[in-house]
Design a protein around this ligand. Sequence first.
Ligand code: NAD
Length: 296
Amino acid sequence: MANIAFFGLGNMGGPMAANLIKSGHQVTVYDLFPEAVEKLVALGAKTAETPALIVQNSDIVISMLPAGKHVFDLYLGNEGLIQVLKEGTLVIDSSTIDSATSIKTAQGLQSKNIHFIDAPVSGGVAGATAGTLSFMVGGTKQNFETAKSILDVMGKNIFHAGNVGAGQVAKACNNMLLSILMVGTSEALQLGIDNGLDPKVLSEIMSNSSGSNWTLDVYNPCPGVSEGVPSSNNYQGGFMTDLMAKDLGLAMDTAVQSHSSTPLGGLSRSLYALHQRAGNGKKDFSSIFEQFSAKS
Ligand code: NAD
């Protein structure tokens, strides 16, 4: 069993750390919010006063933080962990951030022979709790193999996307496509409704025809079509519009860096930004349907 230090015990990191504890790993945890730390300590985690003490005995460090600046500061900032981590430690950053920051962090840590992989996830809070996340890993084959047994505890599908940064690029591509599908499904459903169709009947037809896709079949955005999805619960739970808007910003930054043309991704980012500005940031991202269904 490994000695693991875990930073960032929010909606995702909390249940991920809990699964590591349940599987018998020795986990030492840290968050800026003491209540988040206390919850994990109650499950069997250890904690300590400072980040430096947290990593004192660890072979593996995992971070699940809000954005790139938090990740860079944790490892390479003024009081960064680079000053205290043992040679040969493996850092697994599962935060969703820009690939450029992952690469910069990996290079900085490598100067002290500390290994780094980016391992962003898909599957949301439900997947984090159930231990069924998908991990998209960027890093060397050797570091991927070392991390795999740990990631297996928190996830179901563990993919090696390529070198450091590739996990973040895969995540950006996936979520850009997901948002485009959600917008397309929403406008198609509303077009049918406006022309007298029952959205349940239309969904059944399209799900069994060439329009079939995950946002229509599994995560239908029209209230009342499917049970147990956010659209049938006032768009509560699920994956917040704020997070989708963040991920679309990362996808657009990636596209600028690589001179890629992403017309539908750009349009989708604008639609999600408008939806956010209209006060819907905390609702599930399928609530974009309301932009099409609203009565004038
Ligand atoms: P969150 O805001 O709930 O949790 C982030 C936690 O990090 C907070 O508890 C905060 O106090 C802590 N933190 C910030 N700086 C810290 C530091 N220096 N040391 C220790 N703790 C620190 O966010 P979340 O929903 O758990 O998301 C975490 C990451 O996962 C984000 O990058 C997000 O984009 C990504 N993600 C989220 C979801 C989701 O459905 N929530 C899904 C996939 C990916």
